[in-house]
Write a protein that binds this ligand. Sequence first.
Ligand code: SF4
Length: 369
Amino acid sequence: MSAGIYMHVPFCLTRCGYCDFNAYEGLDELKPRYVRALLAEAALTAPEWHDAEISSVFLGGGTPTTITSADLASLFGALCGLFDVASDVEVTVEANPDTVDLESLGGLREGGFTRLSMGAQSFDHRVLRSLERLHAPGSVRRAFAAARAAGYANVNLDLIYGAHGETLESWERTLAEAIALAPEHISAYALTVEPATPLGRAVARGDVPEPDPDTQADMFQLACSMLRDAGYGHYEVSNWARPGYECRHNLGYWRRQPYLGLGAGAHSSRHRRRWWNVRPPEEYLATVEGGRLPVGGEELLDEGDAYLEEVFLRLRIFEGVPSSWIEDERADPFVASGLLTDDDGTLVPTESGMLLLNELVLGLTAAVY
Ligand code: SF4
């Protein structure tokens, strides 16, 4: 059985106004305990995963690179000792451009990290300010050059579109700057407003307008065409890659492969069981330091949920679903309106269909309920 491991690092330099991840600023004094707890949790869970070959490891956050390279390398080294890790394992670390340099990236490369995923978000100062990101566009270019000099041949840039004040022209320049750096992988996400964030509260007060869905749709279409022209394959609704550089770890999620999540709030999945760790870092630490697994909840997917999930995931990675799964009268209107194509018996969304993925899934699957 092939599986992935996700490790969550909840520390950030500052908290961005739109972020609803399990991430905190000002908890630096917890870092040494947190690293020890991750090691302890990995040791507690490893026996359950003895039948799995680990094909990908992903350190995400938060900002994992707020922890020293030596600690991050020792975490990966510990996983190699506890789990059956594949010799060609993909090992990704997420980084904020202001938290890495040639030395730290070199240390991670030597420690076994093969892939760097950098939160660039935008190359427009005003958009970065609107997102409350600390870094400047120049930091991304510097960090990217350092990554290449440190030997990374697989780099992702994360971009966000639709922030207040961003125009189609500004987004076009951001895409052009990202493409000019020639990363192997680009992720582009539409900004979403989560109610329990400073941005969500500002929108609720009327201080900041909600992102305009039509503008975001235009931005998505622009990303599709510019990235296609630059030779990137569109393999998931928000992800593009040079051939062979699709993110193995994320594809594992989307192909419903088992994964183990370690760290505060991390989620795990194995067959139809889903479970997740307690979210507050202090509670996570206290539980693991007490020698217990920090599981905060679990669920078992029933047949209907599993089917719905499978249809949704197959559509979002353009693999499509066999047309025999879906009644003709459900699929035909979507094919006629250009949201789906029937590709030799497989229903695959078009890029326009990707914009309406939720509606597509509900329209195609309502029959099972
Ligand atoms: S750096 Fe990322 S995880 Fe941290 S606060 Fe900003 S968006 Fe959230």
